[in-house]
Write a protein that binds this ligand. Structure first.
Ligand code: CA
Length: 507
């Protein structure tokens, strides 16, 4: 392969090296640029001389200022970049460039499960909610027995899962911030892939009493098993009670056939993890294109990860559908700035050693690449962590960037399909919704053919375009949503634990 680099915008003064294994000093590109030193794959080379203190520009935006003079052809290492200030939240451009609606896409459907609350599931799963960690091993045991002894009779049900977590007791349940984990537990129980019939296992003495979840009562059947109740004589009794209630629900779930649902019933959560410098030019823009197709079909697209949006927030606030949405975005960013400050951290805590190895120098560069997932449509709503999304179109859900915390909150928001982009690779998966993994580099897709569902690295090699890969992903989402195809994480049953976001104190 001839020496290649990717310059995103004309005004960029750095570009990333495409070739596997990087390129050695002395390499000459077609344009005449010669590398002064070896530049690893995905890392940046200077396209022009950059004086000390001058801006380093990628994606047409300033990703930092040169800490020392950088010669044309030099490797722009992370220590050569000084982090710029984040956009000020009190002077963001709000609703200043609202994108015009793209032409609607008609006729796209998937085969899903219709729920009584109007939502649709892409899977038919029985979820057992827990109010406290104390009961988790008991519910895990009951679930193992249900899978073995009862589930085989119900071929129309995909799985039975225990929704366990570390919350529920030993926590300041009324402190500011405690509403976040509480409403997350509640809304997880109401995820569209769980058929809308919560079943709750409680210990009895915990702080998070089942009534605090305010779950809707859908039948006159009991839906809470409280292990400390007098009626249970021993452990066997408790497990039997859980299994008895589970069986009744399985009968009802099993009786539901898949029906044709419009693509507008999809609630697709987008996330990235283990990003590299290619994420922002291959996988994320392709996902962004698919996100536009979903929005054009009337679906809901959720994107998240506050710390990865913070430095690009001015681009999003300008796309806010109205003033209220823009203000809500600024408010969530401010909440997170304060949250990080209380913890003695700031946004520079975000990039991981893996991100940096992959060529991402700092959080600004990561953020500019990350927002590409959000496509090009207007931002319709901003939703606080743990809340459920009700709007169609592009929605920002204010979550941490941590993969499992973000995934948990997107499930609570009502996500029924998940798309995950990665450069460094992760076997991440969720029990409650299918996860489609998109690689930013072909090298990763080749090394992990049984974990990566779609290779966007072909875009960097010129073998596919952003539009083609975006359409491919859109069609794959419909196939997987219909259960006609299983994503790799689902085939291997890779189920990351639920990780609740709890900004309140633990006691
Ligand atoms: Ca993430």
């Amino acid at each position: 392969m001839k020496p290649l680099y990717i310059q995103v915008r004309e005004q960029d003064n750095v570009a990333i090296v495409v070739n596997d294994g990087g390129l050695p000093a002395g390499t000459e590109f077609e344009c005449g640029l010669t590398l002064l030193e070896t530049v690893p794959q995905g890392h940046k080379a200077a396209l022009r001389n950059i004086g000390k203190g001058e801006p380093v520009v990628r994606y047409g935006a300033v990703i930092g200022h040169a800490a020392a003079r950088i010669e044309r052809g030099a490797w722009v290492r992370e220590d050569l970049l000084e982090l710029p200030d984040p956009p000020a939240l009190d002077s963001l451009p709000i609703a200043t460039s609202i994108p015009e609606a793209l032409p609607p896409l008609e006729g796209y459907t998937f085969e899903g499960y219709r729920n009584s609350d109007g939502t649709a599931g892409t899977r038919n799963i029985l979820g057992i909610t827990t109010t406290v960690q104390c009961v988790a091993p008991t519910v895990d045991l009951a679930v193992r027995r249900i899978r073995k002894e009862i589930l085989p009779r119900f071929k129309g049900v995909d799985d039975v899962i225990a929704i366990t977590h570390a919350y529920g007791c030993g926590v300041a349940i009324s402190a500011p911030g405690a509403e976040v984990p509480i409403r997350t537990v509640r809304n997880l129980a109401l995820n569209p892939n769980l058929g809308g019939e919560p079943l709750v296992v409680s210990l009895g003495c915990e702080k998070l009493q089942p009534s605090r979840l305010s779950l809707p009562v859908v039948s006159d059947e009991p839906f809470v098993v409280r292990l400390q109740d007098e009626e249970y004589r021993g452990f066997g009794d408790m497990v039997a009670a859980i299994m008895r209630l589970a069986e009744k629900r399985l009968e009802r779930l099993d009786a539901r056939p898949r029906v044709t649902c419009p693509a507008s019933d999809l609630v697709v959560g987008l996330q990235c993890g283990g990003s590299d410098a290619f994420s922002g030019v291959t996988a994320n823009p392709a996902v962004g294109y698919a996100s536009d197709l979903l929005v054009r079909s009337g679906a809901t697209v959720i994107f998240s990860e506050v710390t990865e949006v913070r430095d690009a927030v001015h681009l999003l606030s300008a796309r806010a559908a109205d003033e209220g949405v823009g203000r809500a975005l600024a408010r969530e960013m401010q909440w997170y700035d304060d949250y990080l400050r209380r913890g003695g951290a700031d946004r520079s805590a975000n990039p991981t050693p893996g991100n940096k190895r992959g060529g991402l120098s700092n959080i600004v560069e990561k953020a500019l690449g990350s927002v590409a997932k959000a496509g090009s449509t207007a931002l319709r709503a901003v939703v606080a962590p743990g809340e459920r999304v009700s709007q169609k179109g592009l929605v920002f859900l204010a979550t941490p960037a941590s993969d499992f915390v973000c995934g948990t909150l997107q499930l609570a928001a009502g996500m029924n399909m998940h798309v995950f982009t990665t450069g460094e690779g992760t076997p991440y998966g969720l029990a409650m919704a299918p996860v489609i993994k998109v690689s930013s580099r072909s090298q990763l897709a080749a090394r992990w053919p049984d974990l990566i569902d779609l290779d966007a690295g072909r875009i960097a090699r010129g073998e596919s375009s952003i539009e083609e890969t975006g359409w491919e992903l859109f069609r794959l989402i419909l196939e997987v949503a219909s259960g006609r195809k299983r994503a790799w994480a689902e085939q291997w049953a890779l189920h990351n634990s639920m990780a609740l976001f709890n900004p309140a104190p633990v006691t």
